[in-house]
Structure formats: structure tokens, C-alpha cells
Design a protein around this ligand. Structure first.
Ligand code: TRP
Length: 364
């Protein structure tokens, strides 16, 4: 049988999704979904993982589950093509995690650079919740339960995919070929790998207040672009400007397409030309920001419009999620069956085992 091509990816529902999520992953997912190259696509909300560092704030996760579902639908994820589901509704994932825990050492988990940074950011150093510390293992369960071959995610998820691959190899080595080793699919554009915040800080994050959300209104987006961080030494229009660390240009790298120049800035032929003028001096920040605002409105407007439509029928969105969970659960249960068989813990569905044991005791 030809190996199926299966995509799985997800997000923690701890906030509304922003344009960093969009260029880093969501936009690509929709392209992959519509490419027809994949046999199955699973997109899920990792609410269980979100709870690992929000255990005293379940309401936050509950509120954001619907926000993220609306974000998914509004960017063009289509439940007819992609199974959209919620992690906590698939108990099979917990069982897989439980078995995988024995395939990973504490010191291996301690080396995970993403988890290390997160522990620092949350001031968890002296009181790390065990569930948080072990979430890379549960993430391996998420990925392998659906036999994912391809995991489109941002760069920060690389250690999780590597951990998953190690678990798969170790499992298959001990118990025989059972699990599928996934590949990571990173954004192909450096600006999309890690979109900075509007303040120029390395990452867009809700707590820093430097995000542009997919659900922001046109006015909010315009205002945020206007106040974006550029080059603090570029004071007069005639001053030469720097591109490094100048997030207006990073955003253009992520969003701008050649045809945008025709539409909104016809005096330039390309982004390279615009950059050259800025570096040379003589191009003001306001003009570049206006262009960026126009480019972003063009991309975000259809997303906002679709969101408004889905917001009108919230029960239908929950219904869609519920159906997705049913489909996902079936797929995960199938894998779990195979895992239990491989691990020899399928006592009751193995007639040969019972017979063999009966015989052994009869001969005594
Ligand atoms: N850790 C991911 C994030 O923070 C979310 C996630 C959980 C995930 N399980 C996954 C992503 C499995 C891809 C595959 O965004």
C-alpha cells in the first residue's frame, strides 16, 4: 500500500490568532489543504497543552477555543477538506502519552530549547508543572496518533518534532514497525519564520501587546501599522535608513507580492527597489507604512469578512468541531489499537494468547 500523506498541526487556544500565526503557519496550511497533494489533513486546538501552563485559568482556554475555531474558518480552513478538532476530546492521546513517557528520559526533556525558554518566560524555574515539562511527549502522541507524515509549524516547534521522531524510532525499535516518523515543514521565507512584534521585539506575543490579530478591525490594523517600530536613527526623510530590525520591511517581506506595487505604489517596481531607496535615504517611513497598511488590508479584509459570517452561527461552529472530534477519535483509536497490539497489552482481543495460556497451564 502506498504510504498516505497526512498533515497534522495545531495551536494552543490561549489567545486569538495573530498575523505571526498567519504567515508562520495558517496561510501555508490553507495552501496545503487546497493543493490536493495530501490524503488527510488534521488541524486541532491543543487545549490540553494550553492547560499545562494555565491550569488555574480554564475559562481563558474555554473562551479561546471558539476564537481560534473562528480564526481557522476565517483564513479558509474548510471542514469539508480538513478535520478540525479539539485535543481534550480525544482521550486516546492521553493513553499514548502514558506509554511514550517511558521512552524518554528526564534529561532529554531538560535539553528541549523551546521548553527551556518557556520555563524562563513563565518564571517556572522552581515550580515546573510536570505536565508542562512533559508536553513534548504529549505532542508526540498528537502527531503519531494521526500517522502524520508532515507537520507544518513554526521554527520554535522544531525540538518537538525531533523529540517525536526519537520516540517513533525508539518505539519501532522495541515493538516493531508501528508508528510513522513525521517531517517538519517550515515556512520557506525567513520573515515568516518568526514575524517580530509591531514594537520590533523578537516575537509577537499577547503579553507584550505587540500583536496584530486576524480579528482586528481595519482601523485597528491601520493604527498599529502607523505606530510600528522602524529605524530609530532614520529621523529626516533624507537620512539613510536601516532594514535590519526594521519591522515594517520584515512585514513587507512576509506580505508583499509584486502585484501590490502596481496597485498601491506604482512608482516602484519591486520590494528590492523600495528597500534600496530607503537605505540610500530620501524615502520616509510614513510612505512605506502606508504601503504596508494597504498590502495588509488587502490580505486581511477577506479574512475579516468570512469571520463575520461564521460569527453569526456559533452553534454551527461548535457542531463542526464536534463532528471533527468524532472523525479524529476514530483515527486515533485505530492507532492506539495497533500500539496496544505491538506492546502486547491487547489481552482480550487475542484469542491465540488465551488459548496458549490455557494450554500452558493445562500441561502443568
Ligand atoms: N506546541 C504547539 C504550539 O504551541 C501546538 C501543538 C500541540 C502542536 N501539539 C501539536 C503543533 C502537534 C503541531 C503538532 O503552537
Amino acid at each position: 500500500m502506498k504510504k498516505e500523506k497526512i498533515i497534522l498541526t495545531g495551536d494552543r487556544p490561549t489567545g486569538k490568532l495573530h498575523i505571526g500565526h498567519y504567515v508562520g503557519s495558517l496561510r501555508r496550511r490553507v495552501e496545503l489543504q487546497n493543493s490536493g497533494l495530501y490524503d488527510k489533513i488534521f488541524v486541532f486546538e491543543a487545549d490540553g497543552q494550553a492547560l499545562t501552563d494555565n491550569i488555574d485559568n480554564p475559562e481563558k482556554v474555554r473562551q479561546n477555543v471558539i476564537e481560534v475555531a473562528l480564526d481557522y474558518l476565517s483564513v479558509g480552513l474548510d471542514p469539508a477538506k480538513s478535520t478540525i478538532f479539539i485535543q481534550s476530546q480525544i482521550p486516546e492521546l492521553c493513553e499514548l502519552t502514558f506509554y511514550y513517557m517511558d521512552l524518554v528520559t528526564v534529561s532529554r526533556l531538560q535539553r528541549n530549547p523551546t521548553v527551556k525558554t518557556e520555563i524562563q518566560m513563565r518564571n517556572f524555574e522552581t515550580s515546573i508543572p510536570v505536565g508542562f515539562f512533559t508536553y513534548p511527549i504529549s505532542q508526540a502522541a498528537d502527531i503519531t496518533a494521526f500517522k502524520a507524515t508532515t507537520v507544518p509549524v513554526g521554527e520554535d516547534q522544531e525540538p518537538m518534532i525531533e523529540q517525536t521522531r526519537e520516540i517513533v524510532r525508539r518505539f519501532n525499535h522495541i515493538y516493531g514497525e508501528t508508528l510513522i516518523e513525521p517531517e517538519i515543514l517550515l515556512p520557506d521565507n525567513a520573515a515568516c519564520l518568526r514575524l517580530p512584534g509591531t514594537d520590533g521585539k523578537a516575537k509577537m506575543s499577547k503579553s507584550l501587546g505587540n500583536c496584530i490579530y486576524l480579528s482586528d478591525s481595519a482601523d485597528e490594523v491601520a493604527k498599529k501599522v502607523k505606530s510600528m517600530y522602524t529605524d530609530p536613527t532614520h529621523i529626516k526623510v533624507s537620512d539613510p535608513g536601516k532594514l535590519e530590525g526594521n519591522c515594517v520591511f520584515t512585514y513587507l517581506d512576509a506580505f508583499c507580492r509584486p502585484e501590490h506595487f502596481d496597485r498601491y505604489l506604482p512608482e516602484y517596481a519591486s520590494l528590492d527597489e523600495l528597500k534600496a531607496h530607503y537605505t540610500r535615504g530620501g524615502l520616509g517611513d510614513m510612505k512605506v507604512k502606508k504601503f504596508l497598511a494597504a498590502v495588509m488590508q488587502e490580505e486581511l479584509e477577506p479574512i475579516r469578512e468570512r469571520r463575520k459570517v461564521f460569527e453569526k452561527d456559533i452553534p454551527a461552529v461548535y457542531d463542526m468541531l464536534k463532528k471533527g472530534c468524532e472523525v479524529a477519535r476514530e483515527a486515533a483509536a485505530q492507532t492506539l489499537d495497533e500500539v496496544r497490539r505491538a506492546m502486547k497489552i491487547n489481552y482480550f482481543d487475542d484469542a491465540a494468547l488465551i488459548e496458549e495460556q490455557a494450554k500452558r497451564f493445562a500441561e502443568q
